[in-house]
Design a protein around this ligand. Structure first.
Ligand SMILES: *Cc1c(COP(=O)(O)O)cnc(C)c1O
Length: 491
């Protein structure tokens, strides 16, 4: 399968490229990204055959259908990384919380967030491709807290790859920050910047497309790529768990094969939701995808009005920092898929220059056929966390936003909902402790211990050990200094 450009072709880049090319250089003409030229189509028979497949078997067959240019051995090695999740036989538990609400837990990997679902195998695939080509890569990652740790974890000590991770100073939880600043492998560099996540992501996109920066790297025989979900190598792995979660409901007799469900996704850069959108297009019986946001509710307004409006907006710090995003990258792939490259280029360029765009009525109708959206304030989130805990379910603040969307977005109450839990509560313990006790906790470690007692659970060792590790990554700099700091690291 080939990949084509969301904003059309500039006459210099190739019109269509392979998967391996798309993951090695993810930016396309006019600042666009790559999207699949077509998608595989799965019949109910395919789904029926996989009701009892384990995660890796399903993943292998879905990836095979994409016909990507990665050899079987590499894919098998990449998928074997799911064996390192809490339960190798079931890396994605799907838990019934209410009669018609199931939570698919995507956070059972090494860094306790859903980013591991894609970044674990992606890291393996990308470094294998780099090694086969005998090329060296610098991988940039901008993070609002979870991509960073997951990218560092997957690439540490990998051959032919160095990683620079940018995060907003003060924009992450203690645990998220410790996961990054205690990494000590020689091929990893973590940089904290004065600014918010959008600043970090914009800096990343500017570097990816900067001729000067790319030329500087070329002289050192290094090429540049990115670990964010602009990279389709992430998205492909994020189609699989939507199918898997659906099949789990069928297997456990919660739905009949073919019965439609709602997917409900806590969204930031829209990678997770895009995976659900592709799964639906590939034939998964999904009625609609519900997009949950926090008070940074650009996506809610976009889906409800067709206006993507960043004018006079600033990122608000919330208790679900992984969703503190205004410029949601993967909306571009939806626009491209629904309205084509010319229109996407026009809309995205308008967003760059005028900070907003407005869809037509007809376009909005298409969007709303597939998506509905709502947002959840921090206070509402605390309430949802408390309520779910009364039903014996402990969840993170990102997952809580789904519970609001579950309350407000369903139009057919007879259908079941699969909501996605994107992080383990341990990464945001002061918020959870506040929801459960009403008290404020300044330090993650105190909150962790408190919850562990109240809920009578043990805390994952990957989290506890962070508090005793040495801090090795200390750079905190201005946006303007990023390029120089990276070049210093490389030499
Ligand atoms: C990354 C992340 C999200 C947002 O996912 P997108 O794919 O960027 O929309 C939500 N919750 C958590 C915990 C995350 O780490």
């Amino acid at each position: 399968m080939n990949f084509i450009e969301t904003r059309g072709n500039d006459g210099e880049k190739a019109i269509a490229i392979t998967f391996s090319q798309a993951i090695l250089s993810p930016m396309s003409s006019f600042g666009g990204v790559y999207s699949p030229e077509s998608l595989p189509c799965f019949s109910l028979e395919f789904f029926n055959q996989h009701i009892n497949s384990n995660y890796k078997k399903l993943a292998k067959d879905v990836l095979t259908a994409f016909e990507i240019d990665i050899n079987d051995e590499v894919i098998t090695d990449a998928l074997d990384l799911y064996d390192g999740f809490d339960d190798a036989t079931n890396p994605v538990p799907v838990v019934k919380v209410y009669d018609d609400l199931f939570v698919s837990e995507l956070y059972h990997g090494p860094t306790r967030a859903f980013k591991d679902m894609a970044l674990q195998p992606f890291g393996k695939v990308l470094s294998a491709v780099a090694e086969q080509r005998n090329e060296k890569y610098l991988i940039l990652a901008a993070t609002s807290g979870d991509t960073g740790p997951a990218a560092l974890e997957t690439f540490k000590n990998k051959k032919n790859v160095q990683v620079v991770c940018l995060y907003p100073d003060g924009g992450t939880s203690d645990v998220q920050r410790l996961q990054m600043v205690t990494e000590d492998a020689d091929n990893l560099k973590v940089i904290s910047i004065h600014g918010d996540f959008d600043d970090a992501q914009t800096a990343l996109k500017n570097l990816l497309t900067s001729e000067k920066f790319n030329a500087t790297l070329k002289r050192q025989h290094i090429s540049l790529s990115a670990a964010n979900s602009v990279n389709f190598g992430r998205i492909i792995f994020q189609t699989i768990y939507h199918i898997y979660s659906y099949l789990e409901l069928v297997k456990n007799n919660q739905i009949a094969m073919g019965e439609e469900v709602y997917l409900n996704v806590p969204s930031g850069n829209f990678g997770n939701a895009l995976g659900g959108y592709y799964a639906k297009k590939m034939g998964l019986p999904v009625k609609q995808i519900h997009i949950a946001s926090n008070s940074n509710n650009v996506l809610t307004k976009f889906i409800n009005t067709g206006s993507y409006d960043l004018r006079n907006l600033k990122v608000i710090s919330t208790t679900s920092p992984a969703m503190d995003i205004l410029k949601s990258s993967n909306i571009e792939r939806i626009l491209f898929d629904m309205f084509g490259a010319d229109r996407t280029k026009q809309l995205m360029q308008q967003l760059d220059t005028e900070k907003y765009y407005q869809l037509t009525e007809a376009e909005l109708t298409s969007i709303q056929k597939t998506f509905a959206a709502d947002y959840c304030s921090d206070d509402e989130g605390l309430e949802y966390i408390k309520q779910a805990f009364q039903s014996n379910y402990l969840m993170c603040p990102h997952t809580a936003t789904c519970f609001k969307a579950y309350d407000t977005c369903r139009t057919d109450k007879s259908l079941k909902t699969i909501a996605y839990s994107t992080a383990e509560w341990t990464k945001f313990s002061p918020v959870i402790a506040k929801a459960l006790t009403g008290e404020d906790f300044e330090h993650d470690i105190d909150a962790l211990n408190k919850i562990s007692v109240i809920a009578n659970i043990t805390i994952a060792p990957q989290i506890l050990e962070l508090f005793n590790k040495k801090i090795t990554q200390k750079a905190v700099i201005n946006k303007t200094e990023i390029e120089a700091e990276i070049i210093k690291f490389l030499s």
